[in-house]
Design a protein around this ligand. Structure first.
Ligand code: ASP
Length: 471
């Protein structure tokens, strides 16, 4: 018999069916045994009736079965008597009369109860047994919602003429303001790849390459000190467009954000459309933060208050031992406002230069940011000079980009969304670990794989590395 998915059982009343899945709950009532079965599509209640209605064999098998065992169950779909109907529950009006049970796999008692919501359970245990935690209704919902959101974004950007392009993971350090994760090279002793903090340079090079409308669901890696709700690797919706102004990028993204909410979270209310805008200065004066939480009612879990913050200072003073004393506030590749380009060129009024950077804020969280870029190599050089790069450093770090920009580069700009955060906010989850299938702890450990972990001596030798800890 062909397998029926649990969600389709309601169309099979009166028929014999075969389902496959897990035992969600088992209730032994002595004479009869009730089960809730679960597969990826839903849950259904099943019952083993005592003889003569049911077989003694099946009852004996059922007595041994425990939660989380994997079964193939043959049964008859019956409509429930009126008084037992559960409204608003999938399969609340049917029941499976179990005729035969085949045990496909037994299960040890799980280390915690896999109920609908595992949020209250010790998180370290959940992360160690993540594959079990993901069986819970809430986590299943979260990973499926995340998939739908990504699919929606892909479909909509495809409609708008974007293509998704993969960029390398083994790459070279990009100055996005955080520390790099590095990978030692076996073939080039003493040399290292860096994992991308963002695909920033590649996406700009794709604009040089004539792609014009790029996006990528991109994994990014930043070796930051433990800061609560951060992950060493996280996901961006990364985007770049050619021949655009700031308004164009902001419009595409505002439309996309609205369409994601309306399609996937219709219960949510967007407080204000078009999204209100503040300059950095206004936001600081009015809210003392550049990520204001504008919700009129902060107790309403379904209220979404988006806003844009624009006109950030390009540079800020930084107390670094090397360099010029200046650093960029967001992105060294950004363009200044056209009226400030002269200052940039002349390196004057540095603290007054405003960048084309735009950040998008949701309920007090920055969920995205981007800018129009400097496609003119002279202006990019000026930025790098201001932040203290010597000509040699510039050549070593950005020679390829500066060179590329001499071959006919369209004006371009883009943005990246912090996808994990956006998904968490739409699902009312308190942190991004709840929406990352295999999350690490706040301290950057993968408790399930037990990583980071030492490597063998042979590996270290091959990679020409030696730990200063003597391990
Ligand atoms: N690469 C930037 C970031 O990761 C986003 C952008 O400017 O497109 O923050």
């Amino acid at each position: 018999m062909e397998r029926t998915y649990i969600k389709d059982l309601k169309n099979k009343v009166g028929e014999d069916v075969l389902i496959k899945g897990w035992v969600d709950i088992r209730r032994d009532q002595g004479k009869m045994i009730f089960f809730d079965f679960r597969d990826m599509s839903g849950k259904v209640q099943g019952v083993v009736l005592p003889p003569p209605a049911g077989g003694q064999d099946t009852l004996d098998t059922a007595k041994e079965i425990r939660s989380e065992w994997v079964l193939a169950v043959t049964g008859k779909v019956n409509a429930r008597p009126e008084k037992n109907v559960k409204v608003d529950v999938l399969n609340g009006d049917i029941e499976l009369e179990i005729l035969k049970i085949e045990v496909l796999n037994k299960a040890e008692t799980p280390p915690f109860e896999l109920n609908d919501n595992t949020f209250g359970i010790n998180e370290e245990v959940r992360l160690k047994y993540r594959y079990l935690d993901l069986r819970s209704t809430r986590m299943q919902h979260n990973i499926r919602f995340r998939y739908k959101l990504i699919k929606h974004v892909r479909d909509e950007l495809n409609e708008r003429g974007f293509i998704e392009v993969e960029t390398p993971i083994l790459t070279k350090s990009t100055p996005e303001g955080a520390r790099d994760y590095v990978v030692p090279s076996r073939l080039y002793p003493g040399n290292f790849y860096a994992l991308p903090q963002a695909p920033q340079q590649y996406k700009q090079l794709l604009m040089v390459a004539g792609v014009e409308k790029y996006f990528q669901i991109a994994r990014c890696f930043r070796d930051e000190d433990t800061r609560g709700d951060r992950q060493p690797e996280f996901t961006q919706l990364d985007m770049e467009l050619s021949f655009v102004e700031r308004e164009d990028v902001m419009r595409v993204n505002e439309e996309l954000l609205i369409s994601v909410v309306k399609t996937l979270a219709p219960e949510k209310k967007i407080q204000q459309i078009p999204f209100p805008r503040f300059t950095y200065k206004e936001a600081m004066e009015k809210y003392s933060t550049d990520r204001p939480d504008l919700r009129e009612d902060k107790t309403d879990p379904n209220l979404l208050a988006f806003c844009w913050v624009i006109d950030f200072p390009f540079f800020e003073k930084a107390d670094y031992s090397t360099g010029s004393g200046w650093t960029f506030t967001h992105n060294p590749f950004s363009r200044a406002l056209p009226e400030h380009e002269k200052w940039l060129k002349n390196k004057e009024n540095i603290d007054e230069i405003i960048t084309t950077q735009y950040d998008v804020i949701l309920n007090g969280f920055e969920i995205g940011g981007g800018s129009i870029r400097n496609h003119n190599p002279e202006l990019l050089k000026a930025v790098l000079e201001i932040i203290g790069f010597t000509p040699e450093q510039m050549e070593a770090n950005f020679g390829h980009l500066l060179k590329a920009f001499t071959f006919g580069t369209p004006p371009h700009g883009g943005i990246a969304w912090g996808l994990d955060r956006f998904v968490a906010l739409l699902l009312n989850e308190p942190n991004i670990r709840e929406v990352i299938p295999f999350a690490k702890t706040g301290e950057g450990r993968d408790l399930m794989m037990d990583s980071p972990a030492p490597i063998s001596e042979t590996q270290s030798k091959e990679l020409h590395i030696k730990s200063t800890d003597g391990k």
